[in-house]
Design a protein around this ligand. Sequence first.
Ligand code: ZN
Length: 410
Amino acid sequence: MSSEILFLIIFSIVVIGFFFEQIMDFLNASWFNKPIPEELKDVYDFDKYKKQQEYKTENYRFGIISSVFGFIMIVCMLLFDGFAFVDSLAGDLTENYILKTLMFFAIIFLAMDVLTMPFSIYHTFVIEKKYGFNKTTVKTYIFDKIKSLLLMAILGGGLLSLIIWFYELNPEYFWLFAWGLVVAFSLFMNMFYSVLIVPMFNKQTPLEDGELKDAIMKFGEQAGFNISKIFVIDGSKRSTKANAYFSGMGPKKRIVLYDTLIDEMSVDEIVAVLAHEIGHYKHKHIYKSMFASIIETGVTLFIFGLFAGSATLSQALGVETASFHIALIAFGIIYSPLSSLIGIVSAIFSRRAEYQADDFAAKYGLANELISALKKLTSHNMGNLTPHPWVVFTSYSHPPVLQRVRNLMK
Ligand SMILES: [Zn+2]
């Protein structure tokens, strides 16, 4: 295949991907004003629903502007050989191949970050603030930014250096080494994320003794689940939006509750939310999804390994000689339709897992408490009551609240 044809394929994938996303968002927006289903009539009062409708519409418009901007950026990069330009820029800075690749990605990443920063600032400090969600101060925002950039540079840069090093040692089998490295890294992160990364951004404190802790421990006993580590995280530092999650595996497992969730819900409702989380654990969803993502990573790396040395891939983006990082960018775009398909399949499995976790809570007689918790969370986070079914099918990791309530009412 010639590099011109390959370029056309890459360009078409970018254009089609953009329009697909726009169509999905448009379909979703066209359902904003659908009548509220009977089961969800009590989620919002009239005024709050009006406000929520405005919030959705404003986010929709903002989404169009920021994705058009992103689309124009990538189209310009493709049409004007932007990747080749950054490649020669990085080449001027250093002779060392690993350093050059790191420079290349650092320049692209930083440029993207700077260009999209106005959008992120507007979203946090204008839209989220207007609807009462934002609690982030300018200081927290800046420190968050610096800390994530540093983390990205150290972890991302470290992993990438090792992968390129493997590639230089053995281009044929580098994918196998890269796979092993990525798997080891994600297992490590899964175990230690709560103790290494979270403390950089948030405070976690063990849940205080009292009515809530007693109720949770009692449920744990009932369900045959040893809950030794329950933490409260200061989500309120950044946003009023509430959540709860489960993290780690084996002895490292812990339950994390947002302080905003505790303020908002009754003890029974929180126990119901935890019962749902324990349901995920009992059904081994964490292990299953981890296994699936390990396989997916392996397959992706294997396919990339077949093309990493191809000069045609690099030439399609305007670089004459075969280059690992240019091939990686081209491959990333060509592979994106397949990875979207995999995303749809995994969303189907994820929604099924959510029903199983809900059913687990229902089995312990907590269906009504979970329904009221879900309704409170939806109202509190201004969730969409009427998403378009195609959007749900292609991108929702959780079933819409209506389906979950109906399932729990059975
Ligand atoms: Zn869940």
